[in-house]
Design a protein around this ligand. Structure first.
Ligand SMILES: [Zn+2]
Length: 106
């Protein structure tokens, strides 16, 4: 969010100052001037790839969950709305259960 003056950014509670696009240069071009939260990472890039996720919010819009996938071929990402992120969580949980590796959590 930005204050009424439009000059001073108002950071959401989850925004991390050393990652916020308003405060530091963006890591990737599409991230410019957007609030970013803590980077959460799973997996190694070799050999099976890695997934990173974090919250991102453009000024005046709802926050979204960004999911990056990195592998030897490159990096791609998706910005998911909260309902879509919830869908992803459900699908992953279902896959864990299907594979017998679920912890039965909710
Ligand atoms: Zn911020």
């Amino acid at each position: 969010m930005v204050s009424q003056s439009g000059r001073v950014p108002v950071h959401p509670q989850w925004c991390v100052p050393d990652r916020c696009g308003h405060l530091v240069p963006p890591v990737l071009a599409h991230m410019g001037r957007r609030h970013r939260g803590v980077l959460l990472k799973v997996g190694e890039v070799r050999p099976s790839g890695a997934v990173a996720s974090y919250l991102i919010e453009a000024d005046g819009e709802e926050p979204r969950v960004t999911v990056h996938v990195a592998c030897r071929a490159g990096t791609a990402w998706a910005e998911l709305s909260f309902p879509q992120a919830g869908q992803l969580v459900s699908q992953l949980r279902s896959l864990l259960v299907q594979g017998g590796g679920g912890h039965g959590g909710n």
